[in-house]
Design a protein around this ligand. Sequence first.
Ligand SMILES: [Zn+2]
Ligand SMILES: [Zn+2]
Length: 346
Amino acid sequence: MQAYQLVEWQQPPELRDVPVPEPGPGQVLIKVGGACACHTDLRVMDWPAGLHPYELPFTLGHENAGWVEVLGAGVDGWRPGDAVVVYGPWGCGRCAACRQGREMQCERNALIDTPIGGFGLDGGMAEYMLVPSARFLAPLHELDPRDAAPLADAALTPYHAISSSSGLLRPGTWALVIGVGGLGHMAVQLLRAVTPAQVVAIDVDGSKLELARELGADETVPAGESAAGQVRELTGGLGATVVFDCVGSDETLKLAADVARDGGAVQVIGLAGGTLPFGYGALPFGCSLTIPYWGSVTELMEVLELARSGAVRAHTERFSLENAAEAYARLRAGDLLGRAVVTPQG
Ligand SMILES: [Zn+2]
Ligand SMILES: [Zn+2]
């Protein structure tokens, strides 16, 4: 089968011929419907050799959905053809965090350093993907895996951030989403769906602001020098109660700190690699600064319920496996509306 693999650090990934994996006991082979291109992949491709202990080559794609193809020995509860989304952070399954479904906070596996599908182990940018345990599957039922793949990360990551700030997002408050890309366009919808907060979105790109309005943002503000002032004005001078920075550059972190409200929170979701000098006065009093990481299995199931009800829907652009490089090039250039999904089955 064809697989889009990282072969050398800091070199373009390659489409290569690899054997179709065979599921061992407890494992499941998935026929991949959709595998999304994510900014994290770009960060990984750009790593210098030796920074992380991943062995090359491996197939990219950590945001995956598809259909059950072959069940390994001992797996029950699934049938070939079932539409599934793959939960991405693969913990040990035995520690307290994993047993509560919070595998992204596994006490044994230092995620990022421990290989998972798409990061060190083969991910979903291939015709088939091996999932090491059936517990990483969640049922999509009638949802199409090509549309649902972004739910595994582009929706789950902001959903986890929103859930952890939900106590702050009361009626009359404002939530600010900086960057209306793959994660940001889901954040706008999720805020609408699960909090009473009013939503303002910021982006450099007018078409992304238009998308934000279509998806339910109450207000949009073009990025630039006057953005902070405009957010202050919209919020009656108080600022945004929670800022979801889906970019994470020096500029957006500064903006987040400038417009956050006393007692609020800044959640840094984007991986642009910016920094925010921290010290007295860097943030409003009582304002927290957090870098959330992915989400729990139960949160993924809640996201799936929201998608099934029609409350959230990923805006996607589809690419063939042969055109995966183009998906990443467009992502790097900021030239995508919503999420790029590679669809190996067409
Ligand atoms: Zn990702
Ligand atoms: Zn664990």
